[in-house]
Design a binder for this molecule. Structure first.
Ligand SMILES: [Zn+2]
Length: 261
């Protein structure tokens, strides 16, 4: 059951908690939906049981009202702006101009990752995100990656924290390594991980570090061997090389949901 009072997962202060939409309502998360846990999705792919219904999107009650306001008014607006630009030019590969503040995009995603926990907790990853979010330290830019991909699935929101995947097939899609956290909503997928190079998407933290002004996102981001990747890639078990051979996660740490309109 969700608690009304607890420590805020962003600022750490004890107080009244408020509902945070993950992703924000302005990014399409405002509809009448059914959602599922990852465990349910894997055990029952047709999603015939145990649906959770929400009249206005996927949300979690884990941050205070003050943090919720700042996240919404300072950072989510920038994310929604980026989303609108991307959607309006989705037919071609898109260059996004410098009116977008990438630091605000990163803070929006970090804010919602921090908010997406089953209860108050601060993992090493969470602490790194908090320090960047609250302008205390920016070592995260050097030590971690936040990859952004163009994501084609319109009817799915995917939130999954602190999992890892492995691959055993040859000629298979390359997978990010180590502990991962995912937040997907049309038309973006974000995956947080330890610093690494990856053959698709763009590492927004590296982008900020290099002081670039222009980044590109590509329609080919979510395609492998001419096949569209799963809405929950890389957590989809597939034997055709487009998914992972196994997914590991700790139920106590993972906050996960899959939403279908
Ligand atoms: Zn707070």
């Amino acid at each position: 059951m969700s608690k009304n009072y607890d420590y805020c997962s962003i600022c750490g202060d004890y107080g009244k908690l408020s509902h945070d939409h993950i992703p924000p309502q302005s990014c399409g998360n405002n509809q009448d939906v059914y959602f599922y846990s990852f465990q349910q999705f894997v055990s029952d792919p047709k999603l015939q049981f145990k649906k959770t219904h929400s009249q206005n999107g996927v949300k979690n009650k884990n941050i205070c009202g003050k943090c919720n306001n700042v996240l919404g008014s300072k950072y989510d607006v920038e994310l929604a702006k980026l989303r609108n630009i991307a959607i309006s030019s989705i037919d071609g590969d898109t260059s996004l101009d410098k009116t977008i503040d990438t630091k605000k995009i990163v803070k929006a995603i970090f804010g919602h990752f921090l908010s997406a926990t089953p209860y108050y907790q601060k993992s090493v990853f969470d602490n790194e995100m908090t320090n960047y979010y609250l302008d205390k330290k920016n070592s995260i830019l050097k030590n971690y990656s936040l990859f952004m991909f163009l994501y084609p699935h319109k009817d799915t929101i995917f939130v999954f924290k602190n999992y890892s995947v492995g691959q055993i097939f040859q000629n298979a899609v390359s997978l990010p390594v180590g502990m991962l956290s995912s937040l997907y909503f049309y038309p973006f997928a974000f995956i947080f991980m330890k610093k690494q190079k990856f053959d698709r998407g763009i590492d927004l933290l590296e982008f900020i570090r290099s002081n670039n002004k222009l980044f590109e996102i590509k329609n080919s981001d979510w395609i492998f061997n001419n096949k569209l990747l799963s809405p929950i890639w890389p957590c989809n078990p597939e034997d055709d090389g487009t998914g992972s051979a196994f997914v590991m996660y700790n139920e106590n740490l993972a906050k996960n949901s899959i939403l279908k309109h």
